[in-house]
Design a protein around this ligand. Structure first.
Ligand code: C2E
Ligand code: MG
Ligand code: MG
Length: 734
């Protein structure tokens, strides 16, 4: 700190000196039981000054009166103490009391006695730090004055030494305290506290530093504040009111030195690595005090070293806790933040938002542009999320959010993704899947994050863009999924799955016209439903291998069945979205047909309406190639998805399969056939065949027959059967 610009005012009294009116004086306590001695002492010292200040006498005529003065707060410079009073020892006893009981270590003591025989031992003089021992009759005016002057000077020196020792202790303590401070804010708060203590000022002020914002622009910001100014923390200096505070801080920054004005001061500090800091203190009054100036210098030197220390630690923190690409807190920081909340027993909501299909987008764009897109997403989140929310990047394309208010909902986040993102003019529509959980006394942040993650994983399994709140049974469900996935991989690799075939029958004639191949898997003697294991194969990438096997097996089986039939049956094979997305899919089907030596017309592929999510051009090209090979395509579970009439018209399709949920309504009393009618009418217009699924009762079959539906499938006709059983069933039919 540069002190050459410190201009001091108001020469306030030091601690350790008393005042008479406005004038500082030295207090001299005269303790003597002889009134004459008081009178003569008064006379002898009248009108005298020591070191520029007058003396003020306090008179005590007994030990009791003396104690009254001694127990008060006034600094007494010298005590003229009579040795023999009530007893021969009273004076000497009093000495011990002054030092030990009243703790007045600096006060000088001059013992006086009438008779030389009462002189104290040398050992006592040393032990109790007695300044002088005088015979009363020795103390004429000159002698007394010399004695008093010497004693007052010694008192003054001791006080000065004391003060600088105390000050140094304070500075030392300050640097001990500040060296451990983490973060600019706590450090700067500490500086206010320590500096205020050193200056004997109230803790009321601000600390201003140049700090960079999220875009790297640096500007003066309030990093800490205390007292009535506390609200300015985090704000730019421009926002600080009243203006005189701002002006004083600006002046100190501009001039790079400490500026003191009446009733407030701005202290300028610069660290060895060039960091600058201005500490503004209200009511920081100064004296032209050498000790204080020296202390401020020492303070400044030790503080700037701590300041650099903070900077280094912050940098380390940044590296450890900041995501280098997106400039937001990373997973570590998120965990630390949550741990803090848990420790303080706070509530709030934790959300994990994962961008859907980001890996594919990244592959398409290349890593560099993928990174840029993430930055665009981050910027929107940061600007649109409520200020109270904590945003972090916890994994590649997963953001962690904490809302202490607990109000932020998955819908709020989804709304931020409603508009496409703009990357150099190119628009990207992104969706997110969210898992969330409330802070609720979990053991630690890792547990919280694991729960949110589990919820997110479950949501992913449901659909893109889904959101789920954590439920305790997720853990078990996830555990089962992991086990199933493992067993399923082994089953697919060892081809120990089976195929069941469910007949499709002509509703007019009752004759079997086709079969649907349905995968069957037995684990530990129990059949697991395809509704459970197919999604696992889709999520784990096993669907490709499973699909290949189903197609191969179904073609082998149909080839065998048809070899002994006059009119060949068509076999339908279910195909997942993930299979359709494979570029080599059509070639694979073609090769499998060739290998099994089966005509393409014997095969039908059942796809779901979710294929409509595929790029329309690509889907059309794909269906065209399939049609060109002569393979039929049925839309499975029709009516539950979102394909539009226009879209259906353009695609090469053969069949619509009315979903079971609409067929179920035909069993009601009276039957509700509105949806079935619509689909039948639509299929008629598009020249498509219709298969009604899940027929369980005669009345459903007859309703459909009358409505003109050609083909039906369901337990009413036959359940899915393994090959042997199917062969028997077909024989019986014939
Ligand atoms: P899906 O393709 O709609 O198959 C029809 C489902 O309805 C079959 O269930 C069948 O057993 C059942 N079902 C047929 N008639 C009735 C009935 O009258 N009442 C009732 N309650 N159910 C009936 P499953 O075999 O459990 O298969 C469920 C789903 O798993 C299939 O629905 C299909 O989407 C999928 N899936 C099965 N096998 C495969 C496969 O090899 N590949 C693919 N990608 N998906 C498959
Ligand atoms: Mg099907
Ligand atoms: Mg179906």
């Amino acid at each position: 700190m540069s002190d050459d610009l410190l201009d001091f005012f108001d020469d306030e009294p030091d601690a350790g000196q008393s005042t008479c009116g406005e004038m500082p004086v030295w207090l001299i306590l005269v303790v003597d039981d002889e009134p004459d001695v008081h009178a003569s002492t008064k006379l002898a010292l009248q009108g005298l000054t020591v070191c520029g200040r007058p003396l003020q006498l306090l008179h005590a005529h007994s030990a009791g009166e003396a104690r009254q003065y001694l127990s008060g707060p006034d600094p007494i410079a010298v005590i003229l103490l009579d040795v023999v009073m009530e007893s021969e020892q009273t004076g000497l006893d009093m000495v011990r009391e002054i030092r030990e009981h009243f703790g007045r270590k600096d006060t000088r003591i001059v013992l006086r006695t009438g008779q030389p025989g009462y002189a104290p031992e040398l050992e006592v003089i040393q032990r109790y730090d007695i300044n002088d021992y005088k015979n009363k009759n020795e103390l004429n005016r000159t002698r007394l004055f010399t004695t008093i002057t010497t004693a007052v000077r010694t008192f003054q020196q001791i006080q000065a030494l004391d003060k600088s020792r105390q000050g140094l202790e304070m500075v030392l303590q300050a640097s001990r305290q500040l060296i451990n401070r983490q973060g600019y804010r706590t450090f700067a708060e500490g500086v206010i506290t320590q500096l205020a203590a050193l200056l004997n000022a109230p803790e009321e002020g601000v600390v201003c530093c140049h700090r960079a914002d999220e875009y790297g622009d640096s500007f003066p910001r309030i990093v800490a504040a205390a007292g009535a100014l506390a609200d300015f923390v985090g704000k730019s200096l421009d926002n600080v009111e009243p203006a005189q505070i701002r002006r004083l801080v600006e002046r100190a920054m501009r001039r790079q030195c400490t500026v003191v004005e009446e009733n407030h001061a701005a202290f300028f500090f610069r660290s060895p690595i060039g960091q600058e800091m201005v500490v503004y203190l209200e009511h920081a009054e100064h004296r032209e005090d050498e000790i204080l100036q020296a202390l401020l210098k020492v303070f400044s030197t030790s503080i700037v070293t701590c300041f650099d220390n903070v900077a280094h630690l912050e940098r380390l923190r940044e590296i450890a806790y900041q995501d280098a690409l997106l400039q937001v807190p990373n997973r570590q920081a998120f965990l630390a933040h949550l741990d803090e909340q848990l420790l303080a027993a706070r509530s709030g909501r934790v959300l994990l938002a994962d961008i859907d299909q980001f890996a594919a987008i990244n592959d398409m764009l290349g890593t560099e542009r993928g990174d840029q897109l993430l930055k665009v997403v981050t910027r929107r989140l940061r600007h649109k999320l409520p200020e109270r929310c904590y945003l972090a990047r916890v994994a590649g394309d997963t953001f962690g959010l904490f809302d202490p208010g607990g109000m932020l909902s998955p819908e709020d986040i989804a709304a931020l993704f409603a508009e496409p993102f703009d990357l150099n003019g190119q628009k990207f529509a992104l969706s997110i899947t969210t898992g969330w959980v409330g802070l609720d006394g979990q053991a630690n942040a890792a547990e919280v994050l694991a729960q949110a993650n589990m919820a997110m994983k479950h949501a992913k399994l449901q659909a893109r863009g889904a959101a789920l709140c954590y439920q305790p049974d997720f853990a078990d469900a996830l555990q089962r999924r992991v086990e199933l996935a493992q067993a399923l991989r082994e089953a697919v690799e060892s081809r120990s799955l089976m195929l069941a075939y469910q007949p499709k029958v002509d509703l007019q004639t009752g004759r079997c016209v086709g079969l649907e191949a349905l995968a069957r898997w037995q684990l530990n003697g129990q059949f697991i439903s395809p509704a459970e294991f197919i999604p696992i194969t889709e999520a784990t990438g096993l669907i490709g291998a499973l699909g290949d096997w189903v197609l191969e097996q179904a073609l082998v089986d149909i080839s065998g069945l048809n070899s002994s039939r006059q009119s060949p049956l068509q076999v339908a094979v279910n195909v997942s979205m993930a299979q359709l997305e494979d570029e080599a899919f059509v070639d694979k089907v073609h090769a499998t047909l060739a290998k099994a030596v089966v005509p393409a017309t014997w095969l039908e592929l059942e796809v779901t309406e979710s294929m409509a999510a595929m790029d329309a051009g690509r889907l059309q090209a794909l269906l065209t190639r399939i049609a060109e090979l002569g393979i039929s395509v049925a839309v499975d579970d029709f009516g539950t998805g979102f394909s539009s009439l226009g879209q259906l018209e353009r695609m090469h399709l053969t069949t619509l399969k009315i979903d079971k949920c609409f067929v179920d309504k035909l069993a009601l009393e009276p039957p509700d056939g509105r949806m079935c009618s619509v689909i039948l009418q639509m299929a008629g217009e598009l020249n498509l065949k219709v298969v009604a699924e899940g027929i369980e009762y005669e009345n459903q079959a007859s309703w459909l027959r009358q409505a003109g539906c050609q083909v039906g499938q369901g337990f009413f006709f036959a359940r899915p059967m393994l090959l042997d059983e199917l062969a028997q069933w077909l024989e019986k039919q014939a």
